[in-house]
Design a protein around this ligand. Structure first.
Ligand SMILES: Cc1cc2nc3c(=O)[nH]c(=O)nc-3n(C[C@H](O)[C@H](O)[C@H](O)COP(=O)(O)O)c2cc1C
Length: 303
């Protein structure tokens, strides 16, 4: 099977998840190609692939504008199968609505969205999860993704539960697209800046320029947070959302130092439910594997 996964990732969480998908599909004998949507030079022919994957981080209960714009450029097809993988910082059911607009665009073009999966990864805005939590999220996703890949390959459809008035709520939150542009122009760089130009060189929409040592933030910010998240001196002030800024990559490798979770109570029940659901899925898959192995052993003994 040939699979093309097109994705956007602001700060690396979705990229990690997509890479795990690639690894899992390849282990199942598939041929997989990935395309970074920000490269803006899509030359693949979707007809050459059996499945198209789309990966994105949830932004204000929606797919980011860069994803929707990309979907609009896809050619029309007849029933090409698509799966969606998305990451978000909290496991609230409201995040289920984030693909509504994307699915509408894809359906209009003749694509058939058969599966959608949601992985909780650490926040890149609002507050910083502890590295322990980031590790837990990532190890959980790594165990669940191969199971989800097999589900896709077995043609078992997977839909997220719908949410009452979901389309309307998602539409309301798409104010973030406009808000991002408005707020992005208000980004500022403070004196801690060492002029490494990492922000300029990595902005996915080339929205940051420097003239005579002065930084200029244009009108094409998509609020992905890459510039401020990876700034080595935390020198970028993110306008109205400065209090929600998260700076610095997470340590996803087993952190030894225990840090206290500052936001212990935030969405506590949803996080517990999310991990319980994942663990149940992992346990069921392990049970099925053990059962299959037992059956195979019995057949060998009989033969
Ligand atoms: C502008 C913006 C809006 C976000 N909105 C949501 C949201 O509605 N729900 C949520 O759970 N996480 C939200 N997040 C958190 C990201 O979805 C999450 O951290 C994601 O894993 C980041 O992925 P990336 O590293 O691939 O960009 C938002 C992040 C940003 C920057």
């Amino acid at each position: 099977m040939k699979i093309l996964i097109c994705y956007f990732s602001g700060t690396g969480n979705t990229r990690k998840v997509v890479n795990k998908y690639v690894d899992s599909f390849v282990r199942c004998g598939c041929e997989v190609v990935t395309y970074k949507i920000e490269e803006n030079n899509f030359t693949y022919n979707v007809d050459d692939y059996d499945y198209i994957g789309i990966g994105y981080p949830v932004h204000a209960f929606n797919a980011p504008s860069i994803i929707l714009e990309f979907a609009k450029t896809l050619k029309e097809v007849k029933g090409k199968r698509v799966f969606i993988v998305k990451t978000s910082g909290e496991p609230l059911k409201l995040n289920n609505i984030s693909s509504i607009k994307l699915k509408k665009i894809l359906n209009q073009k003749g694509y058939d969205v058969t599966n959608e999966y949601h992985y909780v990864m650490p926040y890149n805005i609002i507050f910083r999860h502890t590295d322990n939590m980031a590790y837990k999220m990532w190890t959980t996703a790594q165990e669940v993704i191969p199971i989800d890949c097999k589900e896709i390959l077995r043609n078992v459809p997977a839909e997220l539960d719908s949410v009452f008035m979901g389309s309307f709520i998602a539409w309301l939150f798409r104010i973030e697209f406009w808000g991002g542009r408005f707020n992005g122009k208000r980004y500022k760089v403070n004196d801690n800046c060492i002029h490494c130009n990492k922000c300029v060189n990595t902005c996915p929409t080339h929205n940051i320029t420097v003239e005579n040592g002065e930084f200029h933030f244009g009108k094409n910010c998509i609020m992905c947070m890459r510039c401020s998240f990876f700034c080595p001196k935390s020198a970028i002030k993110i306008g109205l959302f400065e209090k929600w800024k998260v700076n610095g990559a997470y340590n996803f490798n087993n952190p030894n130092n225990y840090e206290d979770e500052v936001h212990k109570k935030y969405c506590k029940k949803s996080y517990i439910k999310y991990f319980d659901r994942c663990n149940e899925k992992i346990a069921t898959a392990r049970g099925e594997i053990a059962q299959n192995e037992e059956q195979e052993d019995e057949e060998v003994v009989k033969a």
